[in-house]
Design a protein around this ligand. Structure first.
Ligand code: IMP
Ligand code: MG
Length: 196
């Protein structure tokens, strides 16, 4: 089992690669193994936590990761509450790079919150959500991301669980998109320049 956040070598490749994908970055078999390992350590960490658990998948990018992860967790009572966060990549907005679309759960006094996101890049999404949940009185707030880019903004953002550390390139698949495309790919791959 692969317990490290290093991406595996190419020996696991069984995925058929989409023509717009330059290269597979994390094969589907490696994702599945890593999801099981993450679920095990998350399960152990929450096994003796008093209070209730609220899992918050961040839409839309984490929909496949969250679906697989929550089913691999030990069966216990948990609330699953989706959050939608809009990110602004450019520098045009004077405000933070991310904003919450819709509502978040209000009363969290007795809840441990576990945020699930697809990729840690600027860190804006996680910082925003963590602050929101803490201000709503959550007993604890932790975050789990499938991918983290090896860049200072991501590496300096607090996060409890990381699937894989990847190089700073634009990736799609397993929930991650380019213009809402490619989310259905079962692996994570680097998108060809020509496809952007
Ligand atoms: P943040 O910059 O850490 O707040 O991440 C914001 C969001 O940007 C992520 O949840 C993804 O939806 C998106 N994102 C960042 N990097 C990539 C990428 O390489 N491919 C696809 N989406 C990305
Ligand atoms: Mg996202």
């Amino acid at each position: 089992m692969n317990h490290s956040t290093e991406t595996p070598s190419s020996t696991l490749h069984a995925d058929r690669v989409h023509e717009d994908v330059e290269r597979v970055v994390v094969p589907s078999a490696a994702i599945a193994a890593r999801v099981r390992a993450l679920a095990q350590s998350i399960g152990e960490d929450y096994a003796h936590a008093d209070g209730r658990l609220t899992v918050v998948p961040v839409m839309t990018g984490s929909f496949l990761f969250a679906a697989d992860l929550v089913r691999a967790l030990p069966q216990r009572r948990m609330r699953i509450q989706l959050a939608t966060v809009a990110s602004y990549g450019g520098t045009a907005t004077a405000t933070q790079g991310s904003s919450i679309v819709g509502t978040l759960p209000k009363h969290l006094e007795d809840h441990h919150v576990l945020i699930i996101d697809d990729i840690l890049d600027s860190g804006g999404t996680l910082r925003l959500l963590r602050a929101e949940f803490e201000s709503r009185g959550a007993r604890s707030v932790k975050a789990c991301v499938l991918l983290r880019k090896r860049i200072p903004s991501a590496l300096s953002t607090p996060v409890e669980y990381v699937g894989f550390d990847i190089d700073d390139e634009f990736v799609v698949g397993y929930g991650l998109d380019y213009d809402d495309l490619y989310r259905n790919l079962p692996y994570v791959g680097a998108l060809r320049r020509e496809a952007r």
